[in-house]
Design a protein around this ligand. Structure first.
Ligand code: FES
Length: 185
């Protein structure tokens, strides 16, 4: 191959190399631009809408009052809601099934008339002459009574429990409406 041919071939390769390289860099630049632009537009549109956190519903319907026998602790909702429905002769209590020591699930021991936590042995009152004493801690390391949850009637007379509203005995909240629901037939 003559020198002139070699030289023109190398010029051609050089052109191809730099030409492709330029084109590649140009594409890269445009690609980056559109990516940033897209992100900017997406961020701006997203900012127009409030961020909503979808949490599981905190209330549930437990049934009609007559479905609960007097002086019984109903455990129907323990596995699904971790809540006991207690019916005294006067009304209802929705009791949280979370131990106030370290969060284990106590058990209702009907024959011993108490709630007993299997983890470290805390005990909480069962039925007492005054409803205000039910679920108060009396043995073991639990520092305070179990928590009560808001209980009310729906428009059609069923029991509704709101797990989003708690009543704490140590704050004097058990006397508030919703911590105890008087029976109405
Ligand atoms: S978690 Fe219930 S006694 Fe410790």
């Amino acid at each position: 191959m003559s020198e002139s041919k070699k030289s023109s071939k190398s010029e051609e390769n050089k052109h191809l190399y730099f030409g492709d390289r330029r084109s590649f860099l140009s594409k890269l630049a445009w690609g980056s631009f559109f990516t940033y632009f897209g992100m900017f537009v997406f961020g701006s549109i997203r900012g127009l809408y409030p961020r909503v956190l979808f949490e599981p519903r905190k209330d549930f319907i437990a049934g009609y009052p007559y479905e609960f026998a007097p002086m019984q602790v109903d455990e129907s909702f323990m596995s699904s809601q971790r809540v006991w429905i207690i019916r005294t002769n006067e009304g209802f209590i929705a009791l949280s099934g979370i131990c106030t020591h370290l969060g284990c699930t106590p058990r209702w021991l009907k024959n011993e008339n108490k709630f007993k936590c299997p983890c470290h042995g805390s005990g909480f009152n069962g039925f007492m002459s005054d409803q205000i004493e039910i679920a108060v801690n009396f043995e073991g390391p639990a520092p305070r009574p179990l928590e009560r949850l808001e209980i009310s009637f729906t428009a059609d007379g069923r029991l509704k429990i709101n797990k989003g509203k708690k009543f704490l005995a140590e704050k004097g909240e058990w006397g508030m409406p919703g911590a105890f629901l008087p029976f109405r037939g």
